[in-house]
Write a protein that binds this ligand. Structure first.
Ligand code: COA
Length: 336
């Protein structure tokens, strides 16, 4: 059995900065409310028509990760792509990355686990490397939320939170079992599936033919729905549980954590976790202030920025943790 380790990281966000004041021009919201409740100051939105999609952003992040890993694209044995905002209903973006990067015909898998998507994707890639099946795996988290949000006052509880962007990692074989990804921990509770969801278009409740027939401008099922307070309450509990689970599995304590990179759901959630585990500001990486919640992209963007800022060093204990729609949640324990 091998371990896997992250040998290259990259991220890409669109240039277009959307501030809280910008949003207050199109909906009844304000900078003070958004900052107080979420910590978000601004986010990036793809400008319609400028060519960026979930896939192209993922490809841009991947190119940086591949270069930093010091490998060739043809060394990649498998692709895992996490997103809730694919370019097409099907096929998923994994194959589009294989095409756009000109990688040989390796397997490409799409992961549909929203805010936990990157943690799930890393876990999948880690298993393939552990068994020796693959040596180098490209893992991408990318989201284009802005084209699907309700940018009116009706959607303000959701739309001010989410932003666009992508992050990527190259996972590679590590022969020293005390290094790299030590363990991953995944959970779900489908009982709360609809509490944070986008119902239509879907082949279950809303057939495409119904949608076309209805053409109802008041139908909110096309927009993401979030029961914010319920999500918040579950998030703080599940984040804590799954971090503890990962630490205990490796006989570690919270005092051993060098860097926690939580999914950037809400600065208040990160602060709650920081306080609970008695971590310093330096031990928790947050960038939600700049990008909002980019769901599957949030951890790889944050991890890349942390690494670029020299906050991830050889031998550090790095913990990734996520919670989101599904509900799904998970953690990754890494000895860098
Ligand atoms: C979304 C969230 C910030 C909302 O904060 P909250 O304190 O729960 O606010 P509420 O939804 O109770 O709304 C409070 C009031 O603010 C209003 N409001 C909602 N969005 C607003 C906005 N963008 N601007 C101004 N007012 C807003 C509501 O209409 C409500 O008004 P009312 O009291 O007159 O009815 C918070 O619940 C949250 O962060 N939840 C977790 C979200 C999350 O992590 N999601 C991702 C999961 S990974």
């Amino acid at each position: 059995m091998y371990n896997s380790k992250i040998i290259g990281l990259g991220h890409y966000v669109p240039d277009n900065v959307v501030t809280n004041d910008d949003l207050s021009k199109v909906m009844d919201t304000n900078d003070a409310w958004i900052q107080e409740r979420t910590g978000i100051k601004e986010r990036r939105h793809v400008v319609s028509g400028d060519g960026d999609t979930t896939t192209t952003m993922g490809v841009k992040a991947a190119k940086i990760a591949i270069e930093r890993a010091g490998i060739d694209k043809d060394d990649i044995d498998f692709i895992v792509f996490a997103t809730l905002s694919p370019d097409y209903y099907f096929p998923g973006p994994g194959v589009l990355v294989q095409r756009d990067l000109g990688i040989k015909t390796v397997g490409a898998l799409d992961v549909r686990n929203q805010c936990s998507g990157f943690v799930y994707a890393i876990s999948v890639a880690d298993q393939y490397i552990k068994t020796g099946m693959y040596k180098n795996i490209l893992v991408i988290g990318s989201e284009l939320h802005s084209h699907g949000l309700d940018m009116t006052t009706r959607g303000r509880g959701v739309s001010v939170i989410f932003g666009d962007g992508a992050g990527a990692a190259i996972l590679s074989r590590e022969e020293d079992n005390s290094k790299g990804i030590l363990s991953t921990h995944l959970h779900s509770e489908g009982q709360h599936a609809e509490e944070l969801s986008l119902i239509a278009p879907g082949m279950g409740k809303r057939w495409v033919n119904d949608i076309i027939a209805d053409n109802d401008p008041n139908d909110e099922s096309y927009y993401p729905y979030m029961n914010g307070q319920f999500v918040f309450k579950n998030a703080v509990v599940r984040f804590s549980e799954v971090i503890i689970e990962g630490l205990e599995k490796n006989k570690l304590k919270s005092t051993d954590i060098d860097l926690l990179v939580p999914h950037q759901a809400n600065l208040r959630i990160s602060q709650f976790i920081q306080k609970k585990f008695q971590l310093t500001d330096d031990q928790v990486f947050n960038n939600i202030m700049k990008y909002g919640n980019t769901t599957a992209a949030s951890i790889p963007i944050a991890l890349t920025e942390a690494w670029e800022e020299g906050k991830v060093k050889d031998g550090d204990l790095v913990v990734l943790a996520a919670f989101g729609s599904g509900f799904t949640w998970g953690s990754v324990i890494i000895r860098w």
